[in-house]
Design a protein around this ligand. Structure first.
Ligand SMILES: [Zn+2]
Length: 349
């Protein structure tokens, strides 16, 4: 991943790269929501651990440290994200000891004390590879009060080589003592033209309108409108079905249907997944499902670009019908059967 995961983050990425010369103990990146602050923090963390960073600070993406970061298993990196953000960014969430898994419960949007306590072991260890270690905290404005004082304590006496990379949307909600221990970097709302170029590149219909509805935040605008997301559990179920490709049976599809599915959010997810399949077909990195690169490549190899574009059209049809009442089950079954068929027939040209 480039150090600037999105074009409007290039200035911020450059400033971060310059910090490498005399690296502070903590960096706090903040700015408006929907512009990719977490992705920036993660890219910076990856570049700090990369064994062979490029001159501009970008991680090489090829060394073993980069591979471990992509897999989310680098022993010298800990990500402290709220349960909700863990689901959103596909980071494993470690529950509290007394916490029972409950699929119906709402995901916590706060960073809780047990998550900061779980850091203690990590802070007490020595670096496994090379000496530097990184803790990513997001959203740093959602650290619960008692967790924040625990975090502050660990920031006051940082072990050698440890860097905190914090990111948040509301700087005023971060404990002043944490703020004062961090090098602050404000990331502004992207210039309109940059944001529009990005949306046009994605094929977002009516990009001007989408951007205005999202208050100028391009990632938010790319979702079509605020809130156009499946809830993370449902999203996980859908992605599991999609990853099956040609092995997806009509039975799986019928059993996977949920009567309360949001059709617009489902269609958006399908269109993003298919866009990433097209990108995989072209040898490009995924744009949305950055951790699914290998699965996407495997699926893309089993179909053709022409079929993928035809399927995108079908998905667009569902999206155009968004405002009409649709039979959820029917939409679900029809479109997923079409999806499975992408991979079923023998390959042609
Ligand atoms: Zn690397």
């Amino acid at each position: 991943m480039a150090l600037a995961p999105y074009p409007w983050l290039e200035d911020a990425a450059r400033t971060l790269a310059e910090m490498r010369v005399r690296l502070p103990n903590a960096v706090l990146v903040y700015g408006p929501p929907g512009i990719g602050l977490y992705e920036l923090a993660f890219a910076f963390a990856q570049s700090l651990l990369c064994e062979n960073p490029k001159p501009d600070g970008e991680a090489c993406g090829e060394c073993s440290a980069c591979a471990l970061m992509k897999a989310g298993t680098h022993p010298d990196c800990r990500q402290v994200l709220s349960e909700f953000m863990c689901a959103e960014h596909e980071v494993p969430y470690v529950a509290a000891e007394n916490e029972r898994p409950d699929a119906k419960k709402r995901l916590s949007r706060e960073i809780r004390i047990h998550q900061i306590r779980a850091l203690a072991d990590f802070l007490g260890m020595n670096a496994n590879r090379g000496g530097r270690r990184v803790v990513v905290v997001y959203p740093a404005d959602a650290v619960r009060a008692e967790a924040a004082s625990a975090l502050l304590k660990s920031m006051e006496e940082p072990p050698e080589g440890l860097v905190y990379v914090l990111a948040c949307e509301n700087i005023d909600a971060v404990l002043p003592t944490i703020r004062s221990r961090s090098r602050l970097l404000r990331v502004p709302m992207p210039p309109k033209e940059t944001a529009l170029d990005y949306l046009r590149g994605l094929g977002v219909p009516e990009p001007e309108r989408a951007l205005a509805l999202a208050g100028g935040a391009p990632l938010e605008a790319a979702c079509g409108a605020a809130g156009l997301r499946l809830d993370p559990e449902m999203e996980k179920r859908v992605l599991e079905l999609l990853a099956r490709g040609g092995r997806l049976t009509p039975d799986d599809i019928v059993r996977g249907a949920a009567p309360d599915l949001s059709v617009p959010a489902f269609a958006l997810l399908l269109s993003r997944w298919t866009n990433d399949l097209v990108r995989a077909k072209l040898g490009a990195h995924p744009l949305y499902f950055i951790h699914e690169g290998r699965a996407l490549e495997g699926l893309a190899a089993a179909t053709t670009t022409a079929k993928l574009f035809a399927f995108l059209d079908a998905v667009r049809g569902v999206r155009r019908a968004e405002d009409h009442p649709l039979n959820v089950r029917l939409v679900w079954e029809q479109i997923l059967l079409k999806y499975a068929a992408l991979f079923a027939a023998p390959r042609r040209g």
